[in-house]
Design a protein around this ligand. Sequence first.
Ligand SMILES: [Zn+2]
Length: 67
Amino acid sequence: MSEICIDCWNKYMETTDKPRKFLMSRVPELCEDCGQYKRVIIRYRLHSILLDRITEMVEDVRCQRKR
Ligand SMILES: [Zn+2]
């Protein structure tokens, strides 16, 4: 399962969501986008479908970087 921090979430979604809107990890984990240890979004409480979509987008970007 891909996990991203709130900063990366806001960057990709162009939002300024606050961490309390999400279920965040209790301890810092590796954000799969910025590569830093931060509290990451485990599950978006209201729009888990959106998180699935952002996960796909992040993986697309990572694939493009490898080329
Ligand atoms: Zn991040």
